[in-house]
Design a binder for this molecule. Structure first.
Ligand code: AHR
Length: 603
């Protein structure tokens, strides 16, 4: 491997090359990164008509002790459904309630993970025909293991109208399969609405699960594209993500059924929270908005202006002065300073749609007129032919069901015109995760580094899945690439085998802002079945300034290329860092053994 590390060969990689794409898919937000533990907290998931399904809420009690239904008596105008309980049993007498009372429980998203010593904030709205004594408890999945409990006691006059209650629960035990119970032994009518359980300790205090958010932070993402994906489009426009429905007090948000991924979201994780998360991760937000097009219906260009206005209002919400109409709402939500929103994407995967270009141009000119600095991303692929409309970046998505196809995409951008807008590879993945998949993706990423003059950004999709960590560790070896310098790195062989075709390599250098030291990282993907002995020749650097004895080699590999990580075995395929075995003396070439099916990073 010949690395030309001279100044002449160095080319700057975009500061924003690697980031993340957060889509509400696979319960990435609802039941995932967003720390809310109650699923269907406003009883709206069953639809606006009553009686409605209250799933996953369930009843504690029997037909003779309790009747549970829904009505449209909520205090909140945009989510009218509330839960009504008619308690037939009483604290004493012939029809006395069971000792633990009757009521309802919510198992959250596949069980709430309640942890000993942690505090949970429970908020709920209650109304009643008389005085109330409601036990609010966190229990095991059978209701028997009591983890934390508190009582809400109020007179009839205090709760004759909807009243907000807040209790803190301090967990005395741990159970990953817990539930929230609301029970009573008092006869009468009682209504519940907007029931929330949040752990007190969230990422930077803004409602995100700390463990997951910190894993994202460790990836050092330079941008965060959100909130979709197809989630932005919807199967039908009526179910698309519309930002205005997702801001303001959480209790007032209507929530919506994400018909593409077939689940309900309360939109507790809304437009504001996405912007806040990007800020907390120290990354640039990239907002994808609906352009009047869903998977199955479209608004004609002649009628798209309300959508254009909605996008402009969204920009004012994010960036406007705190005294502006929409900026004041942001300020009221606790963020008077504007968010650093510099990029928007007009729709998602809509280039082939009938009205895309017409609608796009309306958005483009309106946004450029008010916010000339905002970079606009088109859905149309400019990697093989020039775009027929103005854009700052074009979106490029690539999914492969075979790792080999992903690996061979390493050269895709070699032939892209250098004069048009740059590429934002906002979604790429081998669809089934394994080491082999990660190596295919690593090869593709090396291709993006080498094409840094036409590729400005890239993000894997989808970011979260319910199970099986996919290629997080592979991506961590690209953490330093954004803003680095890439050098020419050429693989040469005398051998007649095609081993070299199975190898891809790149060389980058960057300066660590803390210690001011410069680093050189050479990454090699071996996508083949054979080990390769590689001699690395670095030209053009002052070698005596390289500390070879402190060089390390990090290898991501496994016995079987189809191995992957899982909750049962989360560290089956992780990078292993060791000193470079044949560091040699300063100025000498380095020889390394590259294992079959591996990603090796030499720092
Ligand atoms: O990543 C999953 C989906 O794949 C995205 O929502 C969409 O943009 C793509 O088709």
């Amino acid at each position: 491997l010949l690395v030309d590390a001279s100044e002449a060969s160095g080319r700057p990689i975009s500061d924003t090359l690697f980031g993340i794409f957060f889509e509400e898919i696979n319960h990435a937000g609802a039941g995932g990164l967003w720390a809310e533990l109650v699923s269907n907290r406003g009883f709206e998931a069953g639809g606006p008509n009553v009686p409605s399904n209250i799933d996953p809420w369930s009843i504690i009690g029997t037909e003779s002790s309790l009747i549970v239904s829904t009505d449209r008596s909520s205090f909140f105008d945009r989510n009218k459904v509330a839960l009504r309980m008619e308690v037939l049993c009483d604290s004493q007498g012939a029809n006395s309630c069971p000792d633990d009372g009757v009521g309802i429980y919510n198992p959250g998203f596949w069980g709430m993970n309640i942890e000993k010593g942690k505090n949970y904030s429970v908020v709920l709205y209650v109304r009643s025909s008389g005085s109330i004594n409601v036990s609010v408890s966190l229990t095991g999945s059978d209701g028997l293991q009591k983890l934390a409990a508190a009582s809400i006691i109020a007179s009839g006059s205090e709760v004759s109208n909807w009243t907000k209650f807040k209790v803190m629960l301090d967990a005395q035990g741990t159970n990953p399969n817990s539930r929230l119970q609301l029970t009573t032994t008092r006869k009468g009518f009682i209504w519940f609405d907007q029931v929330s359980v949040m752990p007190l300790d969230t990422y930077k205090g803004h409602g995100f699960r700390k463990d997951l958010a910190e894993i994202l932070e460790d990836l050092k993402p330079q941008f965060m594209r959100f909130p979709g994906g197809t989630f932005v489009e919807g199967e039908w426009l009526r179910n698309a993500f519309r930002w205005k429905e997702t801001i303001g007090p959480w209790e007032e948000r209507p929530g919506h059924f994400a018909d593409v991924w077939m689940y309900w979201t309360d939109d507790g994780l809304g437009y504001f929270e996405f912007l806040q998360l990007a800020e907390d991760l120290g990354t640039l937000p990239i907002w994808v908005f609906n352009n009047g097009i869903s998977r199955n219906d479209e608004v004609d260009t002649s009628s798209v202006l309300p959508f254009v206005q909605e996008a402009l209002d969204g920009l004012e919400f994010a960036r406007g002065n705190p005294n502006s109409t929409w900026g004041s709402l942001r300020a009221a939500m606790g963020h008077p300073e504007p968010f650093d929103l510099r990029y928007v994407a007009i729709g998602n995967e809509d280039c082939e749609k009938k009205n895309y270009r017409g609608n796009y141009l309306k958005f483009y000119s309106a946004i450029k007129c008010t916010y000339p600095d905002i970079k606009i991303i088109s859905n149309c692929d400019g990697s093989s032919q020039k775009l027929d409309h103005p854009a700052d970046l074009f979106d490029f998505h690539f999914y492969a069901d075979d790792a080999k196809n992903m690996f061979s995409m390493a050269h895709h951008f070699d032939h892209t015109s250098r004069s048009g807008p740059k590429a934002f590879v906002s979604e790429y993945a081998v669809t089934t995760g394994s080491l082999l998949a990660a190596l295919g993706e690593a090869g593709f990423l090396i291709g993006l580094e080498k094409n840094c003059d036409v590729v400005e950004m890239a993000s894997y999709a989808p970011l979260f899945a319910n199970d099986n960590g996919r290629n997080y560790w592979m991506q961590s070896l690209f953490n330093e690439s954004s803003g680095a310098t890439v050098f020419n790195a050429t693989l040469q062989t005398n051998s007649s085998t095609n081993q070299v075709e199975q190898l891809l390599a790149s060389a980058i250098s960057w300066k660590n802002s803390e210690n001011e030291n410069s680093y050189l990282r050479i990454k090699i993907v071996n996508f083949g079945t054979d080990a390769v002995n590689l001699k690395i020749v670095v030209d053009g650097l002052e070698l005596n300034s390289i500390n070879l004895s402190e060089s390390t080699k990090t290898v991501l590999t496994s016995n079987n290329p189809m191995d992957g990580n899982s909750f049962n075995d989360p560290k089956k395929v992780i990078p292993n860092r060791i000193p470079l075995e044949k560091a040699g003396k300063d100025g000498e070439d380095v020889e390394v053994a590259i294992l079959p099916y591996s990603l090796t990073s030499i720092d």
